[in-house]
Design a protein around this ligand. Structure first.
Ligand code: UD1
Ligand code: CA
Length: 482
Protein backbone atom coordinates (compact mmCIF):
# COMPACT_ATOMS: atom_id res chain seq x y z
CA UNK A 1 0.00 0.00 0.00
CA UNK A 2 1.05 3.54 -0.73
CA UNK A 3 2.51 5.15 2.37
CA UNK A 4 1.60 8.49 0.90
CA UNK A 5 -2.03 9.14 1.86
CA UNK A 6 -3.78 9.92 -1.41
CA UNK A 7 -5.61 13.17 -1.76
CA UNK A 8 -8.85 12.34 -3.57
CA UNK A 9 -11.24 14.78 -5.17
CA UNK A 10 -14.32 13.75 -3.23
CA UNK A 11 -15.83 11.24 -0.84
CA UNK A 12 -19.57 10.57 -0.75
CA UNK A 13 -20.85 8.90 2.42
CA UNK A 14 -24.32 7.38 1.98
CA UNK A 15 -26.43 7.92 5.07
CA UNK A 16 -30.00 8.39 3.88
CA UNK A 17 -31.43 4.94 4.64
CA UNK A 18 -34.09 4.30 7.25
CA UNK A 19 -32.51 1.91 9.77
CA UNK A 20 -35.94 0.46 10.61
CA UNK A 21 -34.55 -2.72 12.16
CA UNK A 22 -32.88 -0.81 14.97
CA UNK A 23 -36.39 -0.05 16.32
CA UNK A 24 -35.08 3.18 17.77
CA UNK A 25 -36.14 6.79 18.09
CA UNK A 26 -32.47 7.60 17.51
CA UNK A 27 -31.10 7.46 13.97
CA UNK A 28 -29.12 4.27 13.40
CA UNK A 29 -26.06 6.31 12.47
CA UNK A 30 -26.00 8.02 15.86
CA UNK A 31 -25.84 4.74 17.77
CA UNK A 32 -22.39 4.20 19.18
CA UNK A 33 -19.70 1.61 19.37
CA UNK A 34 -16.68 2.21 21.61
CA UNK A 35 -18.07 5.64 22.47
CA UNK A 36 -18.35 7.04 18.95
CA UNK A 37 -21.28 7.21 16.55
CA UNK A 38 -21.33 4.87 13.55
CA UNK A 39 -21.30 7.95 11.34
CA UNK A 40 -18.20 9.36 12.99
CA UNK A 41 -16.26 6.21 12.02
CA UNK A 42 -17.28 6.72 8.39
CA UNK A 43 -16.23 10.39 8.47
CA UNK A 44 -12.96 9.52 10.16
CA UNK A 45 -12.08 6.88 7.54
CA UNK A 46 -13.06 9.26 4.72
CA UNK A 47 -10.91 12.02 6.14
CA UNK A 48 -7.88 9.75 6.07
CA UNK A 49 -8.01 10.23 2.26
CA UNK A 50 -7.70 13.98 2.68
CA UNK A 51 -10.54 14.67 0.21
CA UNK A 52 -11.09 18.10 -1.29
CA UNK A 53 -14.83 17.63 -0.64
CA UNK A 54 -16.56 15.31 1.81
CA UNK A 55 -20.29 14.95 1.18
CA UNK A 56 -22.73 13.09 3.44
CA UNK A 57 -26.04 12.14 1.81
CA UNK A 58 -28.88 12.29 4.34
CA UNK A 59 -32.61 11.55 4.13
CA UNK A 60 -34.29 9.69 6.98
CA UNK A 61 -33.97 11.38 10.36
CA UNK A 62 -31.97 14.07 8.67
CA UNK A 63 -32.45 16.68 11.43
CA UNK A 64 -30.76 14.40 13.96
CA UNK A 65 -27.96 13.53 11.57
CA UNK A 66 -27.38 17.14 10.51
CA UNK A 67 -27.23 18.27 14.13
CA UNK A 68 -24.74 15.52 14.91
CA UNK A 69 -22.61 16.41 11.89
CA UNK A 70 -22.61 20.07 12.87
CA UNK A 71 -21.18 18.90 16.16
CA UNK A 72 -18.55 16.35 15.08
CA UNK A 73 -17.67 17.40 11.50
CA UNK A 74 -18.88 20.91 10.64
CA UNK A 75 -16.62 20.91 7.57
CA UNK A 76 -18.65 18.28 5.70
CA UNK A 77 -21.18 19.14 3.01
CA UNK A 78 -24.66 17.75 3.60
CA UNK A 79 -26.62 16.58 0.55
CA UNK A 80 -30.28 15.63 0.81
CA UNK A 81 -31.84 12.63 -0.90
CA UNK A 82 -35.56 13.33 -0.65
CA UNK A 83 -36.74 9.80 -1.44
CA UNK A 84 -34.69 6.66 -0.99
CA UNK A 85 -34.72 5.38 -4.55
CA UNK A 86 -31.58 3.31 -4.25
CA UNK A 87 -27.84 3.73 -3.97
CA UNK A 88 -27.56 5.17 -7.49
CA UNK A 89 -30.08 7.86 -6.63
CA UNK A 90 -28.25 8.59 -3.36
CA UNK A 91 -24.92 9.13 -5.12
CA UNK A 92 -26.67 11.37 -7.64
CA UNK A 93 -27.83 13.55 -4.75
CA UNK A 94 -24.26 13.67 -3.46
CA UNK A 95 -22.82 14.56 -6.85
CA UNK A 96 -24.95 17.68 -7.02
CA UNK A 97 -22.39 19.09 -4.60
CA UNK A 98 -19.46 17.78 -6.65
CA UNK A 99 -20.62 19.10 -10.03
CA UNK A 100 -17.29 20.55 -11.14
CA UNK A 101 -15.12 17.87 -9.59
CA UNK A 102 -12.72 15.79 -11.68
CA UNK A 103 -10.58 12.87 -10.59
CA UNK A 104 -11.43 10.23 -7.99
CA UNK A 105 -14.66 9.98 -6.10
CA UNK A 106 -14.87 7.47 -3.27
CA UNK A 107 -18.27 6.14 -2.17
CA UNK A 108 -18.73 4.64 1.30
CA UNK A 109 -21.59 3.94 3.72
CA UNK A 110 -22.31 5.63 7.03
CA UNK A 111 -23.10 2.34 8.79
CA UNK A 112 -19.91 0.31 8.23
CA UNK A 113 -17.89 1.32 11.28
CA UNK A 114 -14.87 -0.99 11.20
CA UNK A 115 -13.77 0.08 7.72
CA UNK A 116 -10.46 1.92 8.13
CA UNK A 117 -8.91 4.85 6.31
CA UNK A 118 -5.96 2.57 5.47
CA UNK A 119 -8.28 0.18 3.61
CA UNK A 120 -9.76 3.10 1.65
CA UNK A 121 -6.24 4.32 0.84
CA UNK A 122 -5.31 0.83 -0.41
CA UNK A 123 -8.42 0.86 -2.62
CA UNK A 124 -7.41 4.24 -4.06
CA UNK A 125 -3.88 2.90 -4.67
CA UNK A 126 -5.31 -0.12 -6.54
CA UNK A 127 -7.51 2.23 -8.57
CA UNK A 128 -4.43 4.19 -9.63
CA UNK A 129 -2.32 1.10 -10.36
CA UNK A 130 -4.97 -0.28 -12.73
CA UNK A 131 -6.08 3.08 -14.14
CA UNK A 132 -9.59 1.81 -13.40
CA UNK A 133 -12.88 3.49 -14.15
CA UNK A 134 -14.22 1.82 -11.02
CA UNK A 135 -12.46 -0.13 -8.27
CA UNK A 136 -14.71 -2.16 -5.99
CA UNK A 137 -14.03 -3.40 -2.48
CA UNK A 138 -15.14 -7.03 -2.21
CA UNK A 139 -14.89 -9.81 0.32
CA UNK A 140 -15.61 -13.52 0.38
CA UNK A 141 -18.32 -14.74 2.77
CA UNK A 142 -19.45 -18.26 3.72
CA UNK A 143 -23.00 -16.95 3.58
CA UNK A 144 -23.29 -14.22 0.92
CA UNK A 145 -27.08 -13.85 1.21
CA UNK A 146 -28.42 -10.32 0.98
CA UNK A 147 -25.33 -8.90 -0.72
CA UNK A 148 -24.62 -8.04 -4.33
CA UNK A 149 -22.49 -10.76 -5.97
CA UNK A 150 -19.28 -9.98 -7.84
CA UNK A 151 -19.55 -11.54 -11.30
CA UNK A 152 -16.03 -11.79 -12.75
CA UNK A 153 -14.88 -12.16 -16.35
CA UNK A 154 -14.40 -15.72 -17.58
CA UNK A 155 -10.66 -15.47 -16.82
CA UNK A 156 -11.45 -14.28 -13.29
CA UNK A 157 -9.68 -10.96 -13.85
CA UNK A 158 -11.97 -7.97 -13.94
CA UNK A 159 -15.46 -7.39 -12.57
CA UNK A 160 -18.03 -7.92 -15.32
CA UNK A 161 -21.03 -6.93 -13.23
CA UNK A 162 -22.47 -6.77 -9.73
CA UNK A 163 -25.77 -8.60 -9.43
CA UNK A 164 -28.11 -8.07 -6.50
CA UNK A 165 -29.44 -11.14 -4.70
CA UNK A 166 -32.97 -10.42 -5.89
CA UNK A 167 -31.88 -10.22 -9.53
CA UNK A 168 -29.45 -13.14 -9.44
CA UNK A 169 -29.69 -16.41 -11.35
CA UNK A 170 -29.09 -19.52 -9.19
CA UNK A 171 -25.50 -19.71 -10.52
CA UNK A 172 -24.88 -16.06 -9.66
CA UNK A 173 -26.47 -16.49 -6.24
CA UNK A 174 -23.91 -19.24 -5.55
CA UNK A 175 -21.02 -16.76 -5.88
CA UNK A 176 -19.45 -16.06 -2.49
CA UNK A 177 -17.47 -12.96 -3.43
CA UNK A 178 -19.69 -10.04 -2.46
CA UNK A 179 -19.77 -6.29 -3.00
CA UNK A 180 -18.91 -4.41 0.19
CA UNK A 181 -20.52 -1.29 -1.29
CA UNK A 182 -17.29 0.75 -1.13
CA UNK A 183 -15.85 2.04 -4.40
CA UNK A 184 -13.44 4.42 -6.07
CA UNK A 185 -14.90 5.94 -9.25
CA UNK A 186 -13.44 8.07 -11.95
CA UNK A 187 -15.70 11.15 -11.64
CA UNK A 188 -16.54 11.44 -15.35
CA UNK A 189 -17.50 7.74 -15.61
CA UNK A 190 -19.57 7.99 -12.46
CA UNK A 191 -21.45 11.03 -13.71
CA UNK A 192 -22.18 9.50 -17.11
CA UNK A 193 -23.02 6.11 -15.60
CA UNK A 194 -25.48 7.60 -13.10
CA UNK A 195 -27.18 9.54 -15.90
CA UNK A 196 -27.79 6.26 -17.72
CA UNK A 197 -29.36 4.32 -14.80
CA UNK A 198 -32.84 2.86 -15.00
CA UNK A 199 -34.91 1.21 -12.30
CA UNK A 200 -35.51 -1.77 -14.51
CA UNK A 201 -34.70 -4.39 -11.85
CA UNK A 202 -36.33 -6.56 -9.18
CA UNK A 203 -36.43 -3.74 -6.60
CA UNK A 204 -37.40 -0.91 -8.94
CA UNK A 205 -34.44 1.11 -7.64
CA UNK A 206 -31.54 2.97 -9.21
CA UNK A 207 -28.56 0.69 -8.60
CA UNK A 208 -25.16 2.33 -8.20
CA UNK A 209 -23.71 -1.06 -9.12
CA UNK A 210 -25.02 -0.70 -12.68
CA UNK A 211 -22.32 1.92 -13.26
CA UNK A 212 -19.88 -1.02 -13.39
CA UNK A 213 -21.58 -2.62 -16.41
CA UNK A 214 -21.82 0.85 -17.95
CA UNK A 215 -18.04 1.28 -17.66
CA UNK A 216 -17.20 -2.21 -18.95
CA UNK A 217 -19.49 -1.77 -21.96
CA UNK A 218 -17.41 1.30 -22.82
CA UNK A 219 -14.16 -0.65 -22.67
CA UNK A 220 -13.06 0.72 -19.29
CA UNK A 221 -11.45 -1.35 -16.55
CA UNK A 222 -13.10 -2.40 -13.29
CA UNK A 223 -11.13 -4.35 -10.68
CA UNK A 224 -12.10 -5.63 -7.27
CA UNK A 225 -9.82 -5.50 -4.25
CA UNK A 226 -10.58 -8.44 -1.97
CA UNK A 227 -10.67 -7.52 1.70
CA UNK A 228 -9.29 -10.31 3.94
CA UNK A 229 -10.55 -8.64 7.11
CA UNK A 230 -14.30 -9.23 6.62
CA UNK A 231 -15.27 -7.23 9.69
CA UNK A 232 -14.42 -4.09 7.77
CA UNK A 233 -17.18 -4.75 5.25
CA UNK A 234 -19.87 -5.47 7.83
CA UNK A 235 -22.70 -2.96 8.24
CA UNK A 236 -24.98 -2.37 11.19
CA UNK A 237 -28.66 -2.99 10.52
CA UNK A 238 -29.90 -4.12 13.93
CA UNK A 239 -28.84 -4.17 17.57
CA UNK A 240 -27.38 -7.64 17.29
CA UNK A 241 -24.91 -6.38 14.70
CA UNK A 242 -24.34 -3.25 16.78
CA UNK A 243 -23.28 -5.40 19.71
CA UNK A 244 -21.22 -7.78 17.54
CA UNK A 245 -19.26 -4.99 15.90
CA UNK A 246 -18.97 -3.12 19.19
CA UNK A 247 -17.35 -6.15 20.83
CA UNK A 248 -15.00 -6.60 17.89
CA UNK A 249 -14.02 -2.93 17.90
CA UNK A 250 -13.35 -3.15 21.64
CA UNK A 251 -11.20 -6.25 21.09
CA UNK A 252 -9.21 -4.39 18.44
CA UNK A 253 -8.71 -1.36 20.69
CA UNK A 254 -7.58 -3.53 23.61
CA UNK A 255 -5.09 -5.35 21.38
CA UNK A 256 -3.72 -2.00 20.28
CA UNK A 257 -3.25 -0.97 23.93
CA UNK A 258 -1.69 -4.28 24.93
CA UNK A 259 0.82 -3.90 22.09
CA UNK A 260 1.52 -0.40 23.40
CA UNK A 261 2.41 -1.77 26.85
CA UNK A 262 -0.86 -1.84 28.78
CA UNK A 263 -1.62 -4.93 30.91
CA UNK A 264 -5.26 -6.02 30.53
CA UNK A 265 -6.09 -8.97 32.75
CA UNK A 266 -9.42 -9.84 31.19
CA UNK A 267 -10.17 -8.34 27.77
CA UNK A 268 -13.60 -10.02 27.85
CA UNK A 269 -14.83 -7.75 30.64
CA UNK A 270 -12.77 -4.64 29.93
CA UNK A 271 -14.30 -1.93 27.75
CA UNK A 272 -12.32 1.07 26.57
CA UNK A 273 -13.75 3.81 24.39
CA UNK A 274 -11.96 4.83 21.23
CA UNK A 275 -11.45 8.29 22.76
CA UNK A 276 -9.44 7.06 25.79
CA UNK A 277 -5.67 7.46 26.17
CA UNK A 278 -3.51 4.97 28.07
CA UNK A 279 0.21 5.04 28.84
CA UNK A 280 2.59 2.07 28.93
CA UNK A 281 2.59 0.14 32.21
CA UNK A 282 -1.01 0.91 33.01
CA UNK A 283 -2.83 -2.12 34.45
CA UNK A 284 -6.56 -2.64 33.85
CA UNK A 285 -8.22 -5.22 36.09
CA UNK A 286 -11.42 -7.12 35.17
CA UNK A 287 -14.66 -5.17 34.90
CA UNK A 288 -13.00 -1.87 34.03
CA UNK A 289 -14.87 0.58 31.76
CA UNK A 290 -13.00 3.67 30.57
CA UNK A 291 -15.04 6.22 28.65
CA UNK A 292 -14.94 9.62 27.01
CA UNK A 293 -11.82 11.72 27.47
CA UNK A 294 -10.38 9.48 30.20
CA UNK A 295 -6.59 9.27 30.31
CA UNK A 296 -4.45 7.04 32.50
CA UNK A 297 -0.76 7.73 33.08
CA UNK A 298 2.01 5.22 33.43
CA UNK A 299 2.08 2.90 36.42
CA UNK A 300 -1.55 3.45 37.38
CA UNK A 301 -3.83 0.49 38.18
CA UNK A 302 -7.58 0.65 37.56
CA UNK A 303 -10.18 -1.84 38.77
CA UNK A 304 -11.55 -4.32 39.31
CA UNK A 305 -15.11 -3.19 38.58
CA UNK A 306 -14.46 0.48 37.94
CA UNK A 307 -16.08 2.94 35.53
CA UNK A 308 -14.31 6.20 34.73
CA UNK A 309 -15.86 8.80 32.41
CA UNK A 310 -13.72 11.82 31.48
CA UNK A 311 -11.31 11.16 34.34
CA UNK A 312 -7.61 12.03 34.31
CA UNK A 313 -5.55 9.53 36.30
CA UNK A 314 -1.92 10.49 36.91
CA UNK A 315 1.15 8.27 37.36
CA UNK A 316 1.06 5.36 39.79
CA UNK A 317 -2.42 6.11 41.12
CA UNK A 318 -4.67 3.20 42.17
CA UNK A 319 -8.45 3.19 41.71
CA UNK A 320 -10.40 0.20 43.06
CA UNK A 321 -14.14 -0.51 42.59
CA UNK A 322 -15.06 3.08 41.84
CA UNK A 323 -17.47 5.07 39.68
CA UNK A 324 -16.09 8.43 38.63
CA UNK A 325 -16.73 11.23 36.15
CA UNK A 326 -14.98 14.53 35.36
CA UNK A 327 -12.37 14.04 38.06
CA UNK A 328 -8.58 14.31 38.33
CA UNK A 329 -6.65 11.81 40.43
CA UNK A 330 -3.12 12.84 41.39
CA UNK A 331 0.09 10.88 41.07
CA UNK A 332 0.42 8.05 43.57
CA UNK A 333 -3.05 8.76 44.98
CA UNK A 334 -5.43 5.99 45.97
CA UNK A 335 -9.19 5.76 45.50
CA UNK A 336 -11.73 3.21 46.74
CA UNK A 337 -12.81 0.56 47.16
CA UNK A 338 -16.39 1.80 46.68
CA UNK A 339 -15.82 5.48 46.00
CA UNK A 340 -18.12 7.74 43.97
CA UNK A 341 -16.25 10.60 42.31
CA UNK A 342 -18.60 13.21 40.92
CA UNK A 343 -17.69 16.10 38.61
CA UNK A 344 -15.15 18.59 39.93
CA UNK A 345 -13.27 16.15 42.14
CA UNK A 346 -9.53 16.82 42.20
CA UNK A 347 -7.38 14.63 44.41
CA UNK A 348 -3.78 15.79 44.92
CA UNK A 349 -0.68 13.67 44.61
CA UNK A 350 -0.48 10.86 47.19
CA UNK A 351 -3.93 11.76 48.49
CA UNK A 352 -6.59 9.25 49.47
CA UNK A 353 -10.31 8.95 48.86
CA UNK A 354 -11.28 5.76 50.63
CA UNK A 355 -14.16 3.40 51.20
CA UNK A 356 -17.76 4.60 50.80
CA UNK A 357 -16.75 8.18 50.12
CA UNK A 358 -18.70 10.46 47.74
CA UNK A 359 -17.03 13.60 46.44
CA UNK A 360 -18.28 16.49 44.28
CA UNK A 361 -16.56 19.81 43.50
CA UNK A 362 -13.95 18.72 45.98
CA UNK A 363 -10.37 19.97 45.80
CA UNK A 364 -8.41 17.62 48.02
CA UNK A 365 -4.76 18.64 48.50
CA UNK A 366 -1.54 16.67 48.21
CA UNK A 367 -1.27 13.94 50.79
CA UNK A 368 -4.71 14.73 52.24
CA UNK A 369 -6.86 11.79 53.30
CA UNK A 370 -10.60 11.23 53.24
CA UNK A 371 -10.46 7.54 54.10
CA UNK A 372 -13.91 6.35 55.23
CA UNK A 373 -17.65 6.97 54.93
CA UNK A 374 -17.68 10.64 53.99
CA UNK A 375 -19.66 13.02 51.81
CA UNK A 376 -17.35 15.80 50.60
CA UNK A 377 -19.34 18.19 48.40
CA UNK A 378 -18.27 21.77 47.56
CA UNK A 379 -15.15 21.64 49.66
CA UNK A 380 -11.50 22.55 49.60
CA UNK A 381 -9.33 20.33 51.76
CA UNK A 382 -5.73 21.44 52.26
CA UNK A 383 -2.61 19.34 51.83
CA UNK A 384 -1.99 16.69 54.50
CA UNK A 385 -5.37 17.27 56.14
CA UNK A 386 -7.15 14.24 57.58
CA UNK A 387 -10.91 13.89 57.48
CA UNK A 388 -12.22 11.40 60.06
CA UNK A 389 -14.56 8.54 59.33
CA UNK A 390 -18.16 9.52 58.78
CA UNK A 391 -17.58 13.25 58.26
CA UNK A 392 -20.30 15.02 56.31
CA UNK A 393 -19.71 18.32 54.56
CA UNK A 394 -23.27 19.65 54.61
CA UNK A 395 -23.22 21.89 51.55
CA UNK A 396 -26.94 22.38 50.98
CA UNK A 397 -29.37 24.18 53.25
CA UNK A 398 -32.35 23.33 51.06
CA UNK A 399 -32.03 26.56 49.08
CA UNK A 400 -28.40 27.27 48.24
CA UNK A 401 -25.16 25.33 48.06
CA UNK A 402 -22.11 26.70 49.85
CA UNK A 403 -18.45 25.83 50.13
CA UNK A 404 -16.35 24.82 53.10
CA UNK A 405 -12.61 24.96 53.59
CA UNK A 406 -10.38 22.75 55.72
CA UNK A 407 -6.83 24.11 55.99
CA UNK A 408 -3.45 22.52 55.57
CA UNK A 409 -2.63 19.61 57.91
CA UNK A 410 -5.84 20.10 59.86
CA UNK A 411 -7.68 17.21 61.47
CA UNK A 412 -11.43 16.70 61.48
CA UNK A 413 -12.57 14.14 64.08
CA UNK A 414 -14.87 11.29 63.14
CA UNK A 415 -18.58 11.75 62.63
CA UNK A 416 -18.45 15.52 62.37
CA UNK A 417 -20.79 17.68 60.34
CA UNK A 418 -19.17 20.70 58.71
CA UNK A 419 -22.00 23.09 57.84
CA UNK A 420 -21.11 25.26 54.86
CA UNK A 421 -20.17 27.99 54.48
CA UNK A 422 -17.49 27.63 57.11
CA UNK A 423 -13.71 27.71 57.21
CA UNK A 424 -11.40 25.59 59.31
CA UNK A 425 -7.93 27.16 59.25
CA UNK A 426 -4.53 25.57 58.67
CA UNK A 427 -3.30 23.51 61.60
CA UNK A 428 -6.65 23.23 63.40
CA UNK A 429 -8.50 20.37 65.07
CA UNK A 430 -12.20 19.50 65.21
CA UNK A 431 -13.26 17.13 67.99
CA UNK A 432 -15.09 13.95 66.99
CA UNK A 433 -18.85 14.24 66.73
CA UNK A 434 -18.84 18.03 66.31
CA UNK A 435 -21.34 20.06 64.33
CA UNK A 436 -19.23 22.97 63.06
CA UNK A 437 -21.00 26.19 62.10
CA UNK A 438 -18.39 28.82 63.04
CA UNK A 439 -14.86 29.39 61.79
CA UNK A 440 -12.01 27.57 63.55
CA UNK A 441 -8.69 29.44 63.81
CA UNK A 442 -5.15 28.15 63.39
CA UNK A 443 -4.02 25.98 66.28
CA UNK A 444 -7.50 25.81 67.84
CA UNK A 445 -9.49 22.73 68.80
CA UNK A 446 -13.20 23.16 68.12
CA UNK A 447 -15.55 20.92 70.06
CA UNK A 448 -19.19 21.43 69.18
CA UNK A 449 -21.21 18.80 71.01
CA UNK A 450 -22.86 18.37 74.43
CA UNK A 451 -20.44 17.37 77.17
CA UNK A 452 -20.77 13.81 78.46
CA UNK A 453 -22.47 13.28 81.86
CA UNK A 454 -22.80 9.91 83.68
CA UNK A 455 -25.85 9.26 85.92
CA UNK A 456 -24.87 6.78 88.61
CA UNK A 457 -27.39 4.03 89.51
CA UNK A 458 -29.60 4.68 86.47
CA UNK A 459 -29.72 1.01 85.39
CA UNK A 460 -30.74 -0.18 88.85
CA UNK A 461 -33.42 2.51 89.06
CA UNK A 462 -34.88 2.12 85.55
CA UNK A 463 -33.92 -1.32 84.22
CA UNK A 464 -34.08 -3.62 87.20
CA UNK A 465 -34.46 -7.30 86.31
CA UNK A 466 -32.88 -7.05 82.85
CA UNK A 467 -29.72 -8.78 81.69
CA UNK A 468 -28.09 -5.36 81.71
CA UNK A 469 -29.03 -4.97 85.37
CA UNK A 470 -27.46 -8.36 86.19
CA UNK A 471 -24.30 -7.50 84.26
CA UNK A 472 -24.03 -4.16 86.05
CA UNK A 473 -24.40 -5.80 89.48
CA UNK A 474 -21.77 -8.43 88.63
CA UNK A 475 -19.43 -5.73 87.37
CA UNK A 476 -19.80 -3.61 90.50
CA UNK A 477 -19.41 -6.65 92.84
CA UNK A 478 -16.23 -7.47 90.95
CA UNK A 479 -15.11 -10.86 89.66
CA UNK A 480 -12.64 -12.87 91.76
CA UNK A 481 -8.98 -12.58 90.76
CA UNK A 482 -7.82 -15.56 88.66
C1 UD1 B 1 -25.94 -2.38 -1.57
C2 UD1 B 1 -25.37 -2.87 -2.89
C3 UD1 B 1 -24.95 -4.31 -2.75
C4 UD1 B 1 -23.95 -4.47 -1.64
C5 UD1 B 1 -24.51 -3.90 -0.36
C6 UD1 B 1 -23.44 -3.88 0.71
C7 UD1 B 1 -26.58 -1.61 -4.59
C8 UD1 B 1 -27.63 -1.66 -5.62
N1 UD1 B 1 -26.39 -2.73 -3.90
O1 UD1 B 1 -27.07 -3.17 -1.24
O2 UD1 B 1 -24.38 -4.78 -3.94
O3 UD1 B 1 -23.60 -5.83 -1.45
O4 UD1 B 1 -24.95 -2.55 -0.56
O5 UD1 B 1 -24.01 -3.53 1.92
O6 UD1 B 1 -25.92 -0.61 -4.41
N2 UD1 B 1 -28.78 4.33 0.92
C9 UD1 B 1 -29.14 5.64 0.72
N3 UD1 B 1 -30.17 5.91 -0.10
C10 UD1 B 1 -30.85 4.96 -0.76
C11 UD1 B 1 -30.48 3.61 -0.56
C12 UD1 B 1 -29.44 3.32 0.28
O7 UD1 B 1 -28.54 6.54 1.30
O8 UD1 B 1 -31.77 5.28 -1.51
C13 UD1 B 1 -27.67 4.03 1.81
C14 UD1 B 1 -28.11 3.28 3.05
O9 UD1 B 1 -28.36 4.19 4.11
C15 UD1 B 1 -26.91 2.40 3.35
C16 UD1 B 1 -26.28 2.16 2.00
O10 UD1 B 1 -26.78 3.17 1.15
O11 UD1 B 1 -25.94 3.06 4.15
C17 UD1 B 1 -26.61 0.78 1.44
O12 UD1 B 1 -27.98 0.63 1.37
P1 UD1 B 1 -28.67 -0.78 1.54
O13 UD1 B 1 -30.09 -0.67 1.23
O14 UD1 B 1 -28.25 -1.36 2.85
O15 UD1 B 1 -27.87 -1.63 0.45
P2 UD1 B 1 -28.45 -2.49 -0.71
O16 UD1 B 1 -28.96 -1.58 -1.78
O17 UD1 B 1 -29.28 -3.55 -0.19
CA1 CA C 1 -27.71 -3.52 3.27
Amino acid sequence: MDDQVPGVAGVVVLAAGAGTRMKSRTSKLLHQIAGRSLLSYAIHAAEFLDPERLVVVVGHEREQIEAHLADIAPQVTVAVQEQQNGTGDAVRAGLEHLADVEGEIVVTYGDVPLLTGETLAALVAAHRTHSDAVTVLSTVLDDPSGYGRIVRDADGGQVAAIVEQKDATPQQAAITEINAGIYVFDAATLRAGLASLTSNNAQGELYLTDVITFARERGRDVHAMILEDRWQAEGVNDRIQLSRLGREQNRRLLEKWMRAGVTILDPETTWVHDTVDLAPDVTLLPGTHLEGATSVATGATIGPDTTLIDVEVREDATIVRTHGSLAIIGAGASVGPFAYLRPGTELGDRGKIGTFVETKNAMIGEGAKVPHLTYAGDVEIGPDANIGAGTIFANYDGVTKSRSVVGKASFVGSNSVIMAPVEIADGAYVGAGSAITDPVGPGELAVARARQRNIAGWVAARRAGTKTFTAAREASEGTPEQ
